[in-house]
Design a protein around this ligand. Sequence first.
Ligand SMILES: Nc1ncnc2c1ncn2[C@@H]1O[C@H](COP(=O)(O)OP(=O)(O)OP(=O)(O)O)[C@@H](O)[C@H]1O
Length: 251
Amino acid sequence: MEELHLHDVSVRFGGLQALSEVNFSLMPGEIVGLIGPNGAGKTTVFNVITGVYNASGGDVVYGGESLRGLKPYQVLAKGIARTFQNIRLFQNMTALENVMVAQHSRTNCGVLGAIFRTPAQKREEQKIKTRAMDELRFAELEKFADEVASSLPYGHQRRLEIARALASDPSTILLDEPAAGLNPAESSELMETIRKISARGINVLMVEHDMKVVMGICQKLVVLDHGVMIAKGNPEEIQKNPAVIEAYLGN
Ligand SMILES: Nc1ncnc2c1ncn2[C@@H]1O[C@H](COP(=O)(O)OP(=O)(O)OP(=O)(O)O)[C@@H](O)[C@H]1O
């Protein structure tokens, strides 16, 4: 299991300092929440970790190695998967197909194998399908394996995105507002899924505005405001922190 460390990470977009020397760590199996007002820089943190943006200062270190200069697919290959603020499923594909797609970067059969459907190709396909079904079961979605993604309720689509990310076999998962748009029952199911992810030893870093979810499952919180890390601590400490109340929780 790997540790993720952000060391003095800064990001600048032209004249805008989106992140200023952000420092925090994610230890194996830990659930960490990244919170703060709109525009605070939370998604930018995800984009720096996953190689979408380059840091203008500082470094992101995973499992003892710098991620500097890596492309998103290379960061994924290192074991960091993510979900997005807006659901990004293949809406016309089934739930099972959506999860199977996540593993194709890991198949060994080349183009010829795919065209001629060699025995090796068929075995590989079966392995991918079995793994995808395991992840659907984990997310309690196996009943919906053959349903097209667009027909699933919103809460199921969110969990399907998580199942797809898990199928890439990550050691860390970044969840961008996983509870957005969910009703209370769906939020509870989501919290249960996230707890189970952590119990598998996978590190979870989540951006979330739903305080019931954040305070309910995160062991540690990191609070950003205008790109600056204004607090870090456990949920009780954060709820009492005057700077956090002023910038975020108070309103
Ligand atoms: N590609 C970009 N180019 C220019 N500015 C950007 C870019 N991405 C983000 N920003 C700016 O950086 C700041 C931080 O944005 P970010 O999306 O990280 O905030 P956030 O905390 O995730 O907000 P929200 O809660 O609304 O999702 C904002 O002022 C945003 O407009």
